[in-house]
Design a protein around this ligand. Structure first.
Ligand SMILES: *Cc1c(COP(=O)(O)O)cnc(C)c1O
Length: 376
């Protein structure tokens, strides 16, 4: 209890939901395997926590975006579980990548040349994934470089190619014709590497009505976000709850918050909660987003401040509004996708911005563990 009120809000992370989502995706894409994408600290949930949870569910492939993330996470994984680095290798980073045993995703002939040269210098083969650009124009070997590689396989000398992958531009749009086109491009580009396992789909792609190659790379669906526009998410993994710190009655005509952008048309009750944009609650929700108190929708009144938000609770029964009363920001009445839609963004951004000041509690088989308090 000593730290229960020292943080502005409590972030509950439901590890059972995470595990269940993993199993649901695994059933969905079988016989392909589900890899966990744990970049950006596991979408804000905690890369190590997610990895440890999913290892128990038999997840055997993990992806981060950057080498720095791999350096932090690799020691938490069994040595034989590959950790892929999606953004590939910056010039000069090769030795460090090899030293920690991470598997780079090689995205260009130049990266291949540097990784091969290192393998030669070390006198041992080095593992890698190859990424081909099947149409997104972000990362990966363009078709002409794939052709060069197919003609000159000696460029891969010393490289143990474990996976060949690409990424969908419109995987979250079930009806996009581009998915079929990219899938066909991927089939054609990977034909040059017949024995290498293949991976094309992210969360969205895992719901496309076709096969899923050998490995899918899922992030947002695991974490409870909507993977396909208009579809239902799997189970929610995070919930966010704050407590009212102060309640006031203000006169008709008075303004609320920075810039006095909320004007009370009538005498109003305003409740303040200790969560703000520094905690990742988008400032864009000023005067537009809402939260829930005992299931009643409550609008945000005025601008979102750095450390607090003001709520118009005039319509909520008075006995529900008191210092310490619970306020749901993310939970049964409001999903991460609802918050994202109100803020004009996507659930990925809501999750990856989740604040570091929250007290984090882990929910495991209906048991709640206190993980850490920022003030403890
Ligand atoms: C982030 C990322 C993923 C995971 O995407 P989700 O939509 O969260 O499932 C998969 N592959 C690549 C290359 C990525 O960058």
């Amino acid at each position: 209890m000593q730290c229960a009120d020292s943080a502005g809000a409590v972030l509950r992370i439901d590890l059972d939901a995470l595990t269940e989502n993993y199993r649901a995706l695994q059933r969905q894409v079988a016989p392909a395997s589900v890899a966990a994408v744990v970049k950006a600290d596991g979408y804000g949930i905690g890369a190590e926590l997610v990895a440890q949870t999913l290892l128990k569910a038999n997840c055997r492939h993990f992806f981060v975006a950057q080498l720095g993330e791999a350096i932090a996470l690799k020691p938490a994984l069994p040595a034989d579980v590959p950790l892929f680095v999606l953004n590939g290798l910056q010039p000069g980073a090769e030795a460090q990548c090899a030293a920690i045993g991470a598997t780079p995703v090689l995205n260009s002939l130049d990266q291949i040349e540097r990784w091969s040269a290192l393998a030669h210098r070390m006198g041992q083969p080095l593992p890698a994934a190859l990424q081909v650009d099947s149409g997104m124009a972000r990362l990966g070997l363009p078709p002409e470089e794939v052709a060069v590689l197919a003609d000159q396989p000696e460029r891969l000398a010393g490289i143990d190619v474990r996976l060949i992958m690409s990424h969908l531009a419109c995987g979250d749009e079930l009806d996009s014709a581009f998915n079929a086109q990219q899938t066909a491009n991927f089939e054609a580009l990977t034909r040059h590497f017949p024995d290498v396992p293949r991976s094309l789909d992210n969360s969205g792609g895992s719901f496309l009505p076709r096969g899923h190659f050998d490995i899918v790379r899922t992030g947002i669906a695991l974490y409870g976000g909507v993977a396909q526009t208009g579809a239902r998410p799997l189970r929610a993994v995070v919930a966010l709850e704050a407590r009212i710190v102060q309640v006031r009655t203000i006169a008709a005509g008075a303004g609320v918050g920075y810039g006095l952008t909320h004007k009370c048309e009538r005498e109003s009750r305003i409740a303040t909660i200790p969560v703000g944009y520094a905690d990742g609650w988008p400032r864009h929700l000023s005067n537009s987003g809402s939260v829930f108190i005992a299931g009643i929708r409550v609008p945000i009144a005025g601008r979102v401040s750095m450390d607090s938000i003001t709520l118009d609770v005039t319509h909520v029964p008075a006995e529900l509004i008191y210092p310490g009363a619970a306020v749901e920001l993310i939970g049964p009445h409001q999903t991460i996708d609802d918050v994202a839609t109100d803020a004009g963004t996507i659930s990925y951004e809501i999750l990856t911005q989740l604040g570091r000041r929250y007290r984090r509690e882990l929910v495991v088989a209906e048991r709640v563990d206190q993980k850490r308090s920022i003030m403890a």
